[in-house]
Design a protein. Structure first.
Length: 148
């Protein structure tokens, strides 16, 4: 949860969540995007095959969740279908570099999941620090090192 501050107005105490720490969520047809704890988390829906339009929508929603502040990005691709080249290219372009400090990819904890993650990294070559993780807690800890 975000940072809470108490404020008195008209004799009543109300709590305000700091906008920079507020939890924000968005849902697209292929992903759930959330900002909490100073970074953005994108969870791709299980088994979906993303189109280029899906990639544009998902990346735009993730960038919108940043509120103009460069933030770490954690993307859970552990259950998604392999990406088409145009989709993969869109996810690794200039918009990613301009909006995010780092990219943590959460992959399926299997040899196949690691292989797919490594293939993505070798082909996409994001222009920001990027690592693969099988454990979300470790991915979040790594992202903490890139918070503003």
């Amino acid at each position: 949860m975000g940072a809470l501050t108490a404020e008195r107005r008209g004799g009543k105490k109300r709590f305000i969540i700091s906008p920079s720490e507020a939890v924000r969520t968005a849902q697209t047809t292929t992903a759930r995007i959330e900002r909490a704890g100073g970074y953005v988390v994108v969870r791709i829906e299980p088994g979906v095959a993303q189109t280029l339009d899906d990639a544009r929508t998902n990346l735009a929603a993730a960038i919108d969740a940043c509120d103009g502040i460069k933030r770490p990005l954690l993307v859970d691709i552990s259950c998604c279908a392999p990406l088409e080249p145009a989709v993969r290219h869109h996810y690794s372009g200039e918009k990613l570099v301009a909006a995010f400090r780092c990219l943590a990819l959460l992959v399926e904890g299997s040899p196949f999941g690691r292989m797919m993650g490594n293939v993505y990294l070798r082909i996409a070559r994001p222009g920001i620090p990027t690592r693969l993780f099988e454990d979300e807690a470790r991915a979040r800890t790594w992202c903490e090192g890139f918070r503003a």
